[in-house]
Ligand binder design. Structure first.
Ligand code: HMG
Ligand code: MG
Length: 297
């Protein structure tokens, strides 16, 4: 079995750090991630710069991304304006990001749950026509800080509509990190019943309650092979107050190495990168594996 790690540190991680790092640091971060063996690195987002000032330099960053043969650099795009900006830089992959709940659609996208699809439809259509692959996220798949628990059927309904637009994969986001393995099983079962198998799904766990790794293992056992993670466990989502960092890539790689699952990632090189970035962010990495291996380095 091989697992694809979809690295989101430069986007989901850096978008929520108090410190906005200079574009050269972002470039070096991405280059180091590629050197460590990560083959999919979400580089940045083309959202409104006032909403996410930390990534306002997306155009400048994309002018000169590290050359790394075979490495994919998707970017997050919410609307046609974002797509136009991304296409100016010749991107070959984008990701749109929907919400499973009404409140988060309004807070994160300034749209209703229903009108988010009207925003995404022309983005996906134009991207596909330009030969650009489109991934879709669904946020708040387990619970939402304003609406409480979210029914799996609601997530499946949103997710299917995003896939039907032409997205190749759906990444299931536990934006506030409250899910547990039983929730994960229930959600994957609901997708299966809705005709969406694990080969179309990825998982995106935030680690607020320390459940991200257990949830990931549950999804892997159900056949999911694409896992989102952020180096050093940095990140969150600024429009979901209680969200914390993503599953740390190092914690994931440690577990997968132990399971004998091929990732192609050099763990020590990745830890060195997270220690280097922590110095620039002015705070230690929350990853247990980074902390443990730092003592040996
Ligand atoms: P809006 O204010 O409704 O936008 O924001 P609008 O369409 O009304 O346009 C207003 C103005 O903004 C216009 O300028 C547009 O050109 C401009 P004007 O004509 O007034 O001068 N504009 C833009 N400028 C640059 N780039 C753009 C863009 N779009 C409009 N793309 C919008 C709607 C979607 C843009 C806004 O709500 C937004 O940017 N939201 C993004 C929030 C965000 O990035 N959140 C974090 C990412 S999601 C996440 O982290 C969750 C995830 O990790 C999964 C999980 O954990 O669950 C993916
Ligand atoms: Mg996220």
């Amino acid at each position: 079995m091989r697992v694809t790690i979809y690295e989101v540190g430069p986007r989901d991680g850096l978008q929520n750090e108090a410190v906005t790092v200079p574009v050269e640091v972002k470039r070096e971060f991405i280059g180091r991630l590629a050197e460590a063996g990560l083959s999919v690195i979400e580089a940045t987002s083309f959202v409104h710069p006032k909403w996410i000032p930390q990534l306002a330099d997306a155009s400048e960053l994309l002018e000169d991304l590290p050359k790394a043969p075979g490495v994919r650099y998707p970017v997050l795009v919410p609307n046609e304006r974002g797509l136009e900006r991304a296409l100016e830089h010749g991107v070959s992959e984008i990701a749109v990001f929907g919400s499973a709940t009404e409140t988060f659609a309004q807070r994160n996208l300034n749209r209703t749950l229903e009108s988010q699809f009207e925003m995404f439809a022309p983005v996906v259509e134009r991207a596909l026509a330009a030969g650009v692959r489109v991934r879709a996220y669904v946020s708040m798949c387990f619970a939402d800080p304003w609406e409480g628990p979210v029914a799996p059927a609601q997530v499946v309904a949103v997710g299917r509509r995003l896939l039907d637009l032409g997205c190749y994969e759906l990444s299931l986001g536990d934006t506030i990190g409250v899910g547990t393995p039983r929730h994960v099983e229930a959600l994957l079962d609901a997708f299966g019943d809705g005709g969406v198998g694990p080969e179309r799904l990825a998982v995106h766990f935030h680690d607020t309650y320390g459940q991200a790794l257990a949830n990931t293992l549950t999804a892997l056992r159900r056949g999911v092979t694409v896992v989102d993670a952020s180096a050093g466990g940095i990140g969150g989502c600024p429009y979901a107050g209680s969200a914390t960092g993503n599953l740390a890539t190092e914690d994931l790689v440690w577990m997968l190495d132990g399971l004998g699952v091929e990732t192609g990632v050099d763990l020590r090189s990745l830890v060195a990168t997270s220690l280097w970035l922590a110095d620039r962010l002015g705070r230690p990495s929350p990853s247990r594996v980074v902390q443990a291996l730092a003592k040996e380095m």
